[in-house]
Design a protein around this ligand. Structure first.
Ligand code: GUN
Ligand code: ZN
Length: 430
């Protein structure tokens, strides 16, 4: 048994629905961990007395401790093209994405990138992520190996593409299906790893591949499906040409059995109300990727409409179209995207979305996303004085909400002092 003492903050529900009742905050708190799981979280004064005399206590007073961040959409293989300028989505895919993904045919390269990628997630306080590798089996194996060794929760699976991509990334529909089955059997449920059937987007799969992907999703209990949806206007027009019978882009995924609990769609910018209602009714989730949507000039995500329809929403960095691994920076951009849409994002809601909200969108809130007893003890230790400006601005804050807002607007990886996975330190800022 061990415990960590500091300012604890986590969510019991969505602040947009439950207001202050959704927030649990212990200014001098103690988080007690037993066998990698949260045993109890509460005021230090009450809990210290209950600890056995030999329990180890890490004193982090002055720091803010939150559940580990949940990144619901990111591309491991695009680590090396982050910050590559020019072009909207389809041009950017041609110019940067295909060439960088090609390199993952080499297992040594896939391993080197996966190791860096997982470390970078931890440096940013992210302990759970839904990740795109590439079409190459080696890219999936390398990512899962790297995450398994760090005991991180990673949801991933081989990317499926059988048309409208360069020959060096294109596979037969049957080959992609057979490899997916083998990977599911080998990896799903190993450690904290979960498999996601990953048709890249409807444009790069034939109807036959879309059908087989939907079938894989249906046939394997507990697995995930991830894809991209309605990110960019030219992309949406192209999907209309490729699937003329579908009512909408979303309807393509629905026709092929790809909507349901544990299916996660990145972007969801160009949807209508009928689409949002179908996502809510089927239990599919949206991943809001603000830095990517701004960087590629894709459009503005509408959180108010997603909320009104009752859709599950998480936050995604979408590196490499996204411009940061930092969930703090991503929340700052989410705030600005919503401002441009005439909406707002309260700081408590933002941190909810990055933790419990993300966990709920992935149907993992019984395991991660909060400090409720029995949850996996993944957490991030934030330093509100990490930079001179953060320290100065934080010192002038009166309320928790003000301090959180300053952290999300000014913070980045420098504010992440430590990241803990399953109750053990996994990364510490030197
Ligand atoms: N749509 C299909 N593939 C991709 C990708 O790699 N990145 C983004 N942002 N959108 C996509
Ligand atoms: Zn993406």
């Amino acid at each position: 048994m061990r415990a960590i003492r500091g300012e604890l903050l986590h969510f019991l529900g969505d602040p947009a629905e439950r207001g202050a009742d959704a927030v649990e905050h212990f200014p001098d708190g103690l988080l007690i961990v037993r066998e990698g799981l949260v045993a109890e979280a509460g005021p230090a004064a009450a809990l210290l007395a209950k600890l056995p005399a030999d329990a180890r206590i890490d004193d982090r007073r002055g720091r803010l401790i939150l559940p580990g961040f949940v990144d619901t959409h990111i591309h491991c293989a695009q680590t090396d093209i982050i910050a590559s300028p020019g072009g909207q989505l389809l041009e950017w895919l041609d110019r940067y994405t295909w060439p960088v993904e090609r390199r993952f045919a080499d297992p040594a390269h896939a391993t080197e990138v996966a190791e860096f990628f997982c470390d970078e997630l931890l440096r940013n306080g992210t302990t759970t992520a839904a990740v795109y590798p590439t079409v190459h089996r080696a890219s999936v194996e390398a990512l899962f190996e790297a995450a398994l060794r760090r005991r991180m929760r990673v949801i991933s699976g081989k990317v499926l593409m059988d048309r409208n991509c360069p020959a060096f990334l294109c596979e037969s529909c049957e080959g992609g299906h057979a490899e997916s089955v083998a990977l599911i059997e080998r990896w799903h449920g190993r450690g904290r790893l979960l498999y996601a059937v990953t048709p890249r987007f409807a444009a790069t799969s034939t109807p036959q591949q879309m059908r087989l992907a939907g079938q894989l999703f249906a046939d394997h209990a507990g697995i995930y499906l991830q894809s991209h949806l309605a990110e960019n206007r030219a992309e949406v027009a192209w999907i209309r040409e490729l699937y003329p019978d579908a009512r909408s882009y979303l309807d393509v995924y629905e026709r092929y059995g790809q909507l349901g609990p544990r299916s996660v769609f990145a972007h969801c910018v160009w949807l209508d109300d009928a689409d949002r209602r179908r996502m809510a009714a089927t239990g599919a989730a949206m991943s809001f990727c603000p830095t990517s949507n701004l960087f590629l000039g894709s459009g503005l995500f509408d959180l108010a409409q997603a909320d009104a329809a009752g859709v599950r929403v998480g936050i995604g960095t979408d590196v490499g179209a996204g411009t940061s691994f930092s969930m703090l920076r991503t929340l700052a951009e989410a705030y600005k995207v919503l401002q441009l849409n005439g909406q707002s994002l309260a700081a408590e809601r933002a941190f909810y979305l990055a933790t419990l909200g993300g966990a709920r969108s992935l149907y993992l809130d019984d395991r991660i996303g909060s400090f409720a007893p029995g949850r996996e003890a993944d957490f991030v230790v934030l330093d509100p004085t990490a930079t001179p400006l953060l320290a100065r601005r934080s010192a002038a804050c009166g309320t928790l909400a003000e301090r959180l807002f300053v952290l999300m607007m000014l913070g980045d990886d420098r504010a992440v002092a430590e990241t803990w996975v399953m109750g053990e330190p996994a990364w510490r800022r030197p």
